[in-house]
Design a protein around this ligand. Sequence first.
Ligand SMILES: Nc1ncnc2c1ncn2[C@@H]1O[C@H](COP(=O)(O)OP(=O)(O)O)[C@@H](O)[C@H]1O
Ligand SMILES: [Mg+2]
Length: 314
Amino acid sequence: MQIYDFDACETVPTLGYGGRAGRKIAIMHEGAPWLLKFPESTRLFPGRDKTGHHLPSYTTSPLSEYVGSHVYEALGIPVHRTRLGRREGKTVVACKDFATEDRLVDFAALKNTVSEGILESGNSSSGDGELLADALRVIEDAEALAPVREEARERFWDMFVVDALILNNDRNNGNWGLLVKRFSVELAPVFDNGNAFFNKRNPSLTRQRLESDDLVSQDIRASRSFFKSDADHHIHPLSFIAKGQHPECNAAVLRIAERLSAGAADAVFAMIDELPEEAFGLPVAPPEYRELYRRTLDLTIRDHLLPAAEKAGQ
Ligand SMILES: Nc1ncnc2c1ncn2[C@@H]1O[C@H](COP(=O)(O)OP(=O)(O)O)[C@@H](O)[C@H]1O
Ligand SMILES: [Mg+2]
């Protein structure tokens, strides 16, 4: 795989991007604007000043974004295009801007359009989580989703399952939405997978947790969703999936499991094997991170997704 040198690319200063996880700029690359995401410094993160903390100096979010997005791609789910590269002495991820001609209306904005009375927690969105029941309610009620409602329902559950697979705990209300075109609307491709695979763990803790499958399994099971079952509890997506109580979740589990067996899993492991350890003298994908991706994906598929698919298919 190619690691790109983005240092010479012109910036597009008027294209700004929100989000809360670090510096972002727009650059011109191969004739089109791409969003460059830099790794976020953990300098001001809570706990960083304590001895024995497990934070790296920078999050591994560009690598998480690349690997997570390529898992979506291998599964045939529309996702933004991503490339790894260097800019200003950092390993960054470039995400092709999918909204240059269109307007991205995120789920938080869609949520604001439905009447407050039908939502248990009202309209306001927070970074702390979203009630699953409210999210499902917005999908059924938001007028803007009318032309793509069926697809939005499927996308929601596909993301729920794939995020569980890549351990992405941040599908917050700013991290998915609708693309409003001049005469039509469609779902935006999946974007922001920067929180996949424990992106705030340093290499030494990563190595320690890889010492046995039990430890990896424990970490996988502990993974939480952005979505909540009630005000105080985040959902553990893998136990939610295992219960098999939600028909649309079951359908997504079957869809994803089928694609994994039909070649997507092989494509994902091949993509991980291709990640270079370093490029331009900078670390890109240190071996412990590659091993973490392989082991977590392997165990999540084998111990959680395939058994859930078997149960759902009965
Ligand atoms: N590929 C893309 N094309 C266009 N806009 C994007 C793309 N990826 C992200 N964005 C926009 O930029 C914002 C910030 O990006 P995001 O990846 O969510 O960053 P963060 O990790 O800081 O939340 C998103 O909320 C979205 O509005
Ligand atoms: Mg975001």
